[in-house]
Write a new protein. Structure first.
Length: 404
């Protein structure tokens, strides 16, 4: 089936792109030192600024690219983002100082928008009753790339130096663009009923019984903010539990990776179940489970207890974003989904931008332990928000059109 072929090609593309973009993460602070920043505190600050510049630029531009998707189509926007990533990776290797490097990273974030375009392409070409499964599989590829990229990036940088990594990023994105151009067939088949495009209530998702888009925006922003509050603090928390400096980085790496592994295992399973049991139920249960698991991590007395709790957390987190994105897919006709996912991607990027800043402030003001109950409370509040404000989307496909 066409939609399955498109899905599998996009999952492979997602894996390659996320792996490529994560290649520089293991040596980013060291590369900043090569660019002339030598004071340890300044290196830390610039590392945060570079990451934040990328996310902030992406948040600003995502609605713009989403809007263009309506007129140009999803496939061309995926290709545009891949070409932008390939070109700007070369410019990263040419940066002579940290200011140039930050500017290029910001431009890379502004002109990429790959995740939003890929989600929109899957949502447009996948039958409605398989949307949760498809988006869950796409998230699996994304998380798998996030785990794999740093491993190979550190290895390549250690063997060949930093600059070959940037060229490899260009090569991988160029290969991904060729794959998408050659193998993806964009289709607006009769898989759903196209609603009145001139009805403002429909375009906002606020038709009777449906949920406004801004409600889902808040859900995704709080969820991503919560994840990013804790992530940078995990190694610091591990250090408070494990005193042997020799294996500290290894233990912290295993604990962080355990969340990603569980996410990879859980996303397709929960995505498929959400198609059957309902997206709202999956979202509420996943948020609630993640909230309580964050609260439990405050009580962890050893790295192994923390690792087990983080593994189960990953499984819960695997149900949040595919279910929320599937809800967005059901709120809009296919022709409007690109714009909707562009707006929703801004929520993700804003969470990525604000989370580390909030986590650092909380840890500095109180303690590193404080980030866990704060995050748990945010996710539980988010679950209540979903129960109160979000309606289970109506199915908009007809029985005779299920396997388009």
């Amino acid at each position: 089936m066409l939609w399955k072929k498109n899905l599998y090609v996009l999952c492979l593309t997602q894996f390659l792109v996320m792996s490529a973009m994560q290649l520089i993460m293991p040596f980013l602070p060291f590369y900043i030192e090569k660019l002339g920043v030598t004071e340890p505190g300044a290196v830390t600050v610039w590392t945060g600024i570079i990451a934040s510049a990328n996310f902030l630029a992406s948040a600003i531009m995502s609605p713009v690219w989403g809007n263009m998707t309506e007129r140009l189509g999803c496939k061309i926007m995926v290709l545009r983002s891949l070409v932008a990533l390939a070109v700007f990776a070369v410019f990263l290797s040419l940066a002579q100082n940290v200011y140039q490097f930050t500017a290029v990273r910001a431009l890379m974030g502004a002109f990429s928008g790959f995740n939003a375009a890929a989600i929109a392409l899957v949502a447009v070409n996948t039958p409605e009753q398989h949307l949760g499964y498809a988006l869950g599989l796409l998230q699996t590829a994304q998380v798998a790339g996030t785990i794999t990229g740093p491993l190979f990036g550190g290895l390549i940088a250690s063997l060949y130096g930093y600059h070959p990594v940037f060229y490899l990023i260009t090569l991988i994105n160029a290969l991904a663009a060729v794959m998408v151009y050659s193998l993806i067939r964009e289709s607006f088949g009769p898989g759903c009923t196209v609603r009145d495009m001139h009805n403002p209530a429909e375009e906002s998702g606020s038709s009777p019984g449906q949920t406004p888009l801004w409600v889902v925006f808040v859900v995704i922003f709080i969820a991503q903010l919560s994840v990013r509050i804790v992530e940078p603090m995990v190694p610091v928390f591990v250090k408070s539990l494990y005193r042997d400096e020799r294996f500290l980085s290894l233990i912290a790496g295993i604990i962080i990776a355990s969340t990603g592994v569980a996410n990879v295992l859980g996303a397709p399973v929960l995505g498929r179940r959400s198609d059957r049991a309902g997206y709202k139920l999956t979202l509420v249960l996943s948020l609630t489970g993640a909230g309580f698991l964050y609260l439990a991590q405050t009580l962890a007395g050893s790295p192994w207890q923390l690792g087990i709790l983080r593994f189960f957390l990953g499984f819960c987190m695997a149900g949040i974003f595919p279910a929320a994105n599937a809800i967005v897919g059901h709120l809009f006709p296919k022709e409007k989904r690109g714009k909707a996912y562009g707006i929703i991607s801004s929520a993700t990027f804003l969470g990525n931008f604000a989370g580390p800043l909030a986590g650092g402030l909380i840890a500095a003001r109180f303690s590193v332990h404080a980030v866990f109950p704060v995050t748990g409370a945010l996710l539980l509040i988010n679950a209540v928000w979903v129960v109160k404000s979000l309606a289970e989307p109506r199915k908009i496909f007809s029985p005779g059109q299920e396997e388009n």
